[in-house]
Design a protein around this ligand. Structure first.
Ligand code: ADP
Length: 330
């Protein structure tokens, strides 16, 4: 039962006793979107996903999928599928039977089950492993079984709760690329919970940044990185300084800051060098600039080595005023 179309959350709320985990959020995810939910632990990402999947009841508000209000439908009746962080495979079933399991529950005949299961297993390169038991698979392969098992129901939306967190860094990168390819190939929406901003930037068409049960900002990776709405988003995405200048709160990208006094119309400050970190192609400097506080500057290595800064020195930094971006809130 595939529900095509846009996903809309309308004042969606989840309360656990006195805790409001998700606080009346509104969000529209167009069909075929790779959407990443990002935010610190406890901000309500998983609760939001579980409500969309139907694994958690909704305290208030609505979940609209295409033309249907699915708020109170059972998980299998809403056109979504969820891949869990712990892959939750059946240890006593082969890969093929794991993948085909939900079809069996629906009463689909053996021949049709195998045909459909093989079709999704092919998508994720599992055919060579179809007769193995889960214990005979690597972590990455087990994850592909979990993925195939979710996709076999032909969902309109696939929900993934921190799907890469159990993988080693090398595999994480590979699976990340694979997920993106799969989403494009299937043309359905993926909703992917992560707490890594690099993961969200790499994958998402739409990044949703949550804080304390609310959506702080939703936009393209470029939007949230170049035009952060709040100081929280700017800090969370990284690579920004959040400063109070001329009585307003602004963000300035760390890689837009340069050493030296700069031209007359530029913003210039001096301060004590509190940190120097070498990172290959660039050097990260931390300057304590009086009332402005600590400012992080990412300096290309050639520029840094032309006049290297050392801890404890007093040095000037500058940036163009055009690189100051006014934030709506601290
Ligand atoms: P995230 O996925 O962003 O880490 P969660 O949605 O898991 O956030 O949790 C949001 C808030 O709701 C947290 O304060 C958490 O402690 C609380 N919470 C989550 N699940 C439950 C539950 N089953 N019972 C009570 N509180 C919960």
């Amino acid at each position: 039962m595939k529900t095509e179309g846009n996903l809309e959350l309308v004042k969606l709320t989840k309360r656990y006793g006195a805790t409001t985990a998700v606080d009346a959020i509104d969000l529209r995810v167009p069909a075929g979107t790779y959407c990443c939910f990002l935010g610190p632990s406890g901000c309500g990402k998983s609760s939001t996903m579980r409500m969309i999947a139907g694994h958690e009841s909704v305290s208030a508000g609505d979940i609209i999928l295409g033309a249907d209000n699915v708020t109170d439908r059972a998980p299998a009746q809403r056109g979504t599928a969820m891949m869990f962080q712990s892959y939750a495979l059946f240890p006593h079933l082969t890969v093929l039977d794991n993948v085909a399991f939900s079809l069996k529950m629906k009463g689909v005949g053996r021949t049709e089950r195998v045909r459909k299961a093989r079709a999704v297993m092919e998508l994720v390169d599992l055919i060579p492993f179809e007769s193995r038991m889960p214990a005979q698979l690597s972590g990455g392969q087990q994850q592909r079984v979990a993925l195939a098992r979710a996709l076999v129901t032909d969902p309109g939306i696939l929900l993934l709760d921190e799907p890469l967190s159990a993988l080693d860094p090398f595999l994480r990168l590979r699976v990340r690329t694979e997920l993106k390819r799969l989403q494009r190939e299937l043309g359905i929406s993926f909703l992917h919970v992560t707490h890594g901003q690099d993961e969200a930037m790499a994958l998402a068409d739409l990044v949703v940044i949550m804080k304390d049960g609310r959506i702080e900002q939703a936009g393209t990776p470029q939007d949230v990185f170049h035009r952060p709405a709040t100081g929280f988003v700017a800090r969370f995405m990284g690579g920004h300084n959040v400063l109070t200048l001329d009585g307003r709160t602004v963000s300035v990208r760390a890689d837009r800051i340069r050493m030296g006094p700069g031209a007359a119309d530029m913003r210039a400050m001096t301060g004590e060098v509190r940190g120097v970190e070498y990172a290959g192609a660039h050097v990260t400097l931390v300057i304590h600039a009086g009332e402005a506080g600590e400012i992080t500057a990412v300096i290309p290595e050639e520029q840094f080595y032309a006049e290297p800064a050392e801890l404890g020195q007093t040095r000037a930094i500058h940036w163009s005023r055009g690189d100051e971006f006014t934030l709506q809130a601290a």
